[in-house]
Design a protein around this ligand. Structure first.
Ligand code: G4P
Length: 193
């Protein structure tokens, strides 16, 4: 998505070869006009796939996934990060390890918001190692629902997330895929749309 790539080049900061700071428009301060365009782009890409719900993970996935939900006219399910494992019939949980943050959380959602027969699009802000997306897919499928797609705002293509998702049978679509970073330099794989 050209608009997103241009914004990353203008306002993104490659802290080093691994970490891209985009907190002026995505992770901290949020440009809602850009989020609206991102939501419309996801709606265009995933149109006709029978999606009846969008899921994301708090917190930075909410803005882009919310706009996609608005554009597609479906509800948004916000999966929570719980620090503890809770045994409850009402909840679904799965552990997610974050390599970037060096911690693990229990991805949590109320069982009643995912049903057998739901066709769910998972949207997140970053794809790095794929742990969050794989965890979300586990939760969705544990409810008997189907992962109808995975949409990523920014993919770090030099990290193993895409490969791990493909090996697990998913086909992530990213709006911007960063191929290489070093201080002051950001390059993209190609414009997907
Ligand atoms: P993974 O899910 O793909 O395996 O990613 P990983 O564990 O490595 O990343 C964990 C957190 O770090 C996620 O945010 C992810 O969005 C974020 N992250 C990963 N790489 C980058 C990066 O280069 N730049 C930025 N800005 N964030 C990155 P989170 O913990 O879920 O945070 P939030 O959603 O509450 O903001």
């Amino acid at each position: 998505m050209k608009l997103l790539e241009e914004r990353i080049l203008k306002d993104g900061v490659a802290l080093n070869s691994d970490v891209l700071l985009v907190d002026s428009f995505l992770n901290h301060q949020v440009d809602m006009g850009l989020m609206q365009e991102i939501g419309r782009e996801f709606a265009r890409i995933f149109a006709g796939k029978g999606i009846n719900k969008i899921a994301t993970i708090e917190s930075s996935g909410i803005a882009p996934a919310g706009q996609a939900a608005l554009a597609m006219g479906v509800p948004l399910l916000v999966m929570k990060k719980s620090t503890s494992s809770i045994l409850s019939e009402e909840l679904l949980q799965t552990p997610v390890a974050s390599f970037t943050k060096g911690s693990t959380y229990q991805l949590t959602t109320k069982r009643k918001y995912l049903s057998k027969g739901d066709s769910v699009l998972f949207i997140d802000d970053f794809l790095a190692n794929g742990e969050a997306a794989l965890g979300a897919a586990r939760l969705i499928e544990s409810a008997g629902a189907t992962v109808a797609g995975i949409g990523i705002v920014i993919e770090k293509a030099f990290q193993p997330g895409r490969l791990r998702l493909i090996e697990a049978g998913y086909h992530p679509v990213s709006l911007a895929a960063v191929s290489h970073m070093e201080t002051g330099i950001i390059s993209f794989v190609e414009s997907v749309s």
